[in-house]
Design a binder for this molecule. Structure first.
Ligand SMILES: Nc1ncnc2c1ncn2[C@@H]1O[C@H](COP(=O)(O)OP(=O)(O)OP(=O)(O)O)[C@@H](O)[C@H]1O
Ligand SMILES: Nc1ncnc2c1ncn2[C@@H]1O[C@H](COP(=O)(O)OP(=O)(O)OP(=O)(O)O)[C@@H](O)[C@H]1O
Ligand SMILES: [Mg+2]
Ligand SMILES: [Mg+2]
Lengths: 151, 168, 151, 168
């Protein structure tokens, strides 16, 4: 219904606007409706302004900036009805070290009592984790959990 | 309800019984390509009652049963158990006494499924209701599978609209 | 034309079959035609057999295994008519350390006299590079090249 | 013909003149997100004669000109030069004397383009022919842009066929 969409859009947009300046330091972002006059049919677009740059559509950002924007949208949706745990599979692969830090910081800030299970190849993310499990295959085709020590 | 542990047996590449206990905070799952990390995500999603095969990277429900390796024959059953801390007071009254709630899902090669709560047989419906009451059920944004971020990046305005509608 | 497609398909398939066992140690792979009887209309599919696993369609592999297979296909095509230089933008992001090593090894083996310009966030790839340039933005919106020292 | 250097001026985020010299072997380009690494790839592709705006992540050719930042106004021209070692003997006879061949491409806000070989004005056609003779031109598999690997992974059988046909 028109009402329900407008309410949900408002909520996720408020969350998104709050998260963006934390992942784009000195920047901002928002969701916009492609047709504000038609709430039943309108589409939604992601607009982002990294620090010192202009407000632009997500498609004009760099690879890592796009990922950070999409992750922020997913997290903004998550915060509407947070679950006690959240699983993230390799969301950090296009992020540089500083953006990995910012990403983890928003996890800790917005959902301090949640559990996050994060699959990653990124050493920085591994350093930030409270617990680490390694999954390997000693015997081909058969998974095995091993303990992990970071140097 | 926080997750305390997941036990995986016969599910995808987990031929042997595998247990992972989850503490508060951030748990990292690492390891080489192709070793089973995303399969752990699939196992948890499946145990939460995922019915759609397309969300489990397979075309048939039986695809989740260990289908053999060079040295091991295929298994006949897959089973995943999730143990939750019964800590938010929202669980249905019959579970009030339990400090933990364990849900188990099994599937057999013939397609039959079994469900258990604290080792007592139940229907899928009971598990779904338990999750609705305790706020665990909403899988849409609590599981971000490999490749999902790229899907969002490439989404058209109408697809983003649907994403938001699902959160209503 | 039917002839030309068959020849090109043969060439890229031979290259692909040669590269696969080097990125999937103990494994193999090949391209197959969806309709061998109709060379004008047939599609092409990628089949891979990682060590100790069965031959399967690329869609059934893990994230990193898919990337390795796709990179191998692109490289198999490249080798048909190699250019003196080749630019690779963040192809290594889903690869684990061992697969990054294998990927770089095939660059060095098959095109030892080529120049490769590789954009990466991966420390392992950076260690393997012969030369490193850093691109940063001290002033927002303005790119700048800096020298890079790896610890 | 190996690349010896690329000089970028006014192209996308390269407000200042930027030079990168390329030695044999593997050159790594690193740095934070959004700083201009992929723009270097776009610059090289553009200097090689790319005519299709969709391969340059922009909708108009003028999108490649530096369009301003917080402290700098937009520029009126973009220019990229590529310097090659004339080492494989395939270059057209008029370049026999040169140990290096430098090609330059410029575009202005009004849409006009200029092309140079060794600082002598020429037509785009001359550059395209030079590349055909020296085997530099084949861009399809020598430039793997960000996201291309995912595109291959998600390609349908007909799309993979087209990929192979392009290599004929
Ligand atoms: N039913 C099954 N029986 C046995 N093995 C299976 C089954 N389903 C999937 N697999 C295997 O599990 C492996 C994939 O594991 P998974 O996708 O979890 O890897 P991953 O650790 O996430 O790797 P990456 O880092 O590349 O994403 C594949 O080799 C696949 O063949
Ligand atoms: N015509 C232009 N004028 C000025 N800046 C531009 C222009 N076109 C693109 N840019 C800017 O260049 C930046 C993108 O650079 P690029 O895509 O090269 O980043 P990157 O280093 O590859 O990052 P990542 O690691 O995230 O892939 C963007 O911030 C974009 O706004
Ligand atoms: Mg995976
Ligand atoms: Mg980039």
């Amino acid at each position: 219904s028109r009402e329900r969409f407008r309410d949900t859009f408002y909520k996720v947009n408020e969350n998104f606007k709050e998260i963006l300046p934390l992942v784009f330091t000195g920047g901002k972002g928002e969701l916009i409706l492609t047709d504000e006059s038609d709430l039943l049919e309108t589409g939604v677009e992601i607009m982002v302004q990294p620090a010192g740059k202009s407000l632009r559509h997500i498609s004009l950002l760099s690879g890592g900036e796009k990922a950070l924007s999409a992750i922020s949208l997913l997290f903004a949706l998550y915060l509407i009805k947070p679950t006690p745990f959240c699983l993230l599979d390799e969301v950090d692969s296009p992020l540089d070290d500083a953006n990995v830090d910012r990403f983890v910081a928003i996890l800790r800030q917005f959902a301090p009592n949640s559990q996050f299970i994060v699959i990653t190849h990124n050493k920085k993310t591994m350093e930030i984790a409270d617990t680490l499990y390694g999954i390997t295959m000693e015997e081909p085709g058969v998974s095995k959990v091993v303990s992990v020590r970071l140097n | 309800m926080k997750i305390k542990a997941v036990d995986i047996l016969g599910f995808k590449s987990f031929f042997k019984k595998t247990s992972l206990s989850f503490l508060p905070g951030i748990t990292g799952l690492v390891g080489p390509n192709g070793c089973g990390k995303s399969n752990v995500v699939d196992a948890i999603r499946w145990a939460l009652g995922e019915q759609s095969a397309k969300h489990l990277r397979g075309s048939l429900m039986e695809d989740v049963i260990f289908n053999g390796s060079r040295e091991k024959k295929p298994l006949g059953m897959a089973e995943v158990s999730l143990t939750f801390a019964n800590d938010n007071g929202n669980a249905p009254v019959q579970y009030k006494e339990f400090s933990e709630i364990e849900i188990t899902r099994r599937v057999f090669r013939n397609g039959e499924s079994e469900y258990y709560i604290n080792k007592t047989a139940c229907r899928l419906k009971d598990i779904t209701e338990l999750f609705l009451d305790t706020g665990v059920g909403a899988k849409a944004y609590s599981i971000i599978e490999q490749g999902r971020v790229d899907t969002i990046i490439n989404s058209k305005p109408q697809e983003l609209r649907m994403l938001i509608e699902e959160a209503a």
